[in-house]
Design a protein around this ligand. Structure first.
Ligand SMILES: [Zn+2]
Ligand SMILES: [Zn+2]
Ligand SMILES: [Zn+2]
Length: 104
């Protein structure tokens, strides 16, 4: 599901535009707006993609820490969960907090 940052309506993963206000979700979904805020914040060193506990294998595989300028778009287009991709971005504030694998 994608949440519109303008009107708070939820649209399916595959939607390009908000089903209610027609905003471009590539620009105005809540996850995109949150990501842009993190990328603009110099204290954020990297961005982690976090998955729901019952996420599908595709999403689990993409649960990684990414460089700020190299973050994949959400929702994941290959998600196979019945409720769709519910992954979200999480800021990593310190270099030392980057644990696990970092994608190149
Ligand atoms: Zn909307
Ligand atoms: Zn998924
Ligand atoms: Zn996902």
């Amino acid at each position: 599901m994608q949440t519109c940052s303008k009107c708070n309506a939820t649209s399916p993963d595959s939607a390009q535009k908000c089903v209610k206000c027609n905003a471009d979700l590539k620009e105005y979904s809540a996850t995109v707006v949150a990501l842009q805020r993190m990328q603009a914040n110099p204290r954020v060193k990297a961005i982690r993609v976090t998955v729901a506990h019952d996420a599908c294998p595709h999403c689990y595989e993409l649960m990684q820490t990414y460089k700020k300028e190299n973050v994949p778009a959400l929702p994941h287009q290959g998600c196979s969960h019945q409720n769709g991709c519910r992954c979200f971005y999480e800021p990593v504030l310190e270099e030392t907090a980057i644990v696990g694998k970092v994608a190149n």
